[in-house]
Design a binder for this molecule. Structure first.
Ligand SMILES: [Fe+2]
Ligand SMILES: [Fe+2]
Length: 278
């Protein structure tokens, strides 16, 4: 990883201050700086922090942005960095890769968001299944963003309780529909992202009607409620508080994710080796 020397030194209080640090303190500071850079949630569209009062785009304006991009917006974060920088060489995955390895070495742009959502779900006293669904709900956006609820549920289906994959699949649909009974409102971010006059397509409307009547509706709904966009890039996030829940509900294959011959093993291999052309 490349370090912006000036930025790093400024973050430590300038050249003079750094020259007074002992080598160990300097090495520690460098390590924390690198971790912070790696974990920066690039996942947030740059326009989330827009000033109040600025109007939301219309769907026509959102559509007009398409041809200003070098890529399609549904492509996953690991394939196309949104900061315009070159991609970085990835650390190879261990042979028997676990969910932890993927969090540590591949979910660079989504880990911060899902860990914050899971931490919120835990603070709010959600069930273990909902906490786990929050922890996993968006990581598939590393490879694909279009219909990420369905892709995400598929990625995890062989390894988690059915209720967890249900909640992951349908959180995407439910995000478009308010539910005042639990205090869930249509996200401002969506007005920015899809346009102020956006109407979800028919398959989303139909899915909503089905899920609304489903006995597990509230499980998926509670994922949307703890799915937060109030990102704090400086928040200390760690997967450690969720180790027991993962241990109890995530069936880690002993051969490693991607080597287990499951119907979705190829998806894990794709995340593990995204530079493989064929
Ligand atoms: Fe999502
Ligand atoms: Fe999310």
């Amino acid at each position: 990883m490349e370090i912006d020397r000036k930025k790093f030194i400024d973050s430590l209080g300038g050249e003079e201050r750094v020259s007074r640090m002992d080598p160990e303190a300097r090495a520690d500071a460098l390590e924390s700086h690198m971790m912070a850079e790696l974990n920066k949630p690039k996942f947030i569209p740059a326009n989330v922090g827009r000033e109040n009062g600025k109007k939301y785009p219309t769907t026509a304006e959102v559509e007009a942005q398409i041809e200003t991009r070098k890529y399609r917006d549904g492509v996953g974060f690991m394939f196309v960095p949104r900061d315009g920088e070159n991609v970085k060489r990835l650390t190879p995955m261990p042979a028997n890769a676990t969910l932890y390895d993927f969090f540590k070495l591949r979910f660079m742009d989504t880990a911060n968001h899902v860990l914050q959502s899971a931490a919120l779900a835990m603070r709010n006293g959600m069930s273990e299944e909902i906490i786990l669904a929050c922890l996993l709900h968006d990581v598939v956006q590393e490879i694909i963003r279009t219909d990420h609820g369905w892709w995400g549920a598929q990625l995890f289906e062989p390894y988690v309780p059915e209720k967890v994959s249900f909640a992951i699949r349908y959180h995407q649909t439910l995000r478009y529909f308010p539910d005042p009974s639990v205090g869930y409102e249509y996200p401002d971010l969506y007005r920015q992202l899809f346009g102020s006059d956006y109407v979800p397509p028919p398959y989303i409307q139909e899915t909503y009607k089905m899920v609304r009547k489903h006995p597990w509706y509230m499980d998926a709904r509670l994922v949307t409620l703890n799915d937060l966009y109030a990102f704090d890039p400086k928040a200390e996030v760690s997967i450690e508080p969720f180790a027991d829940i993962i241990g109890r509900h995530f069936k880690q294959p002993k051969e490693g994710l991607g080597n287990d011959g499951s119907p979705v093993a190829h998806m894990w291999r794709t995340i593990a080796r995204p530079d493989q052309p064929l």
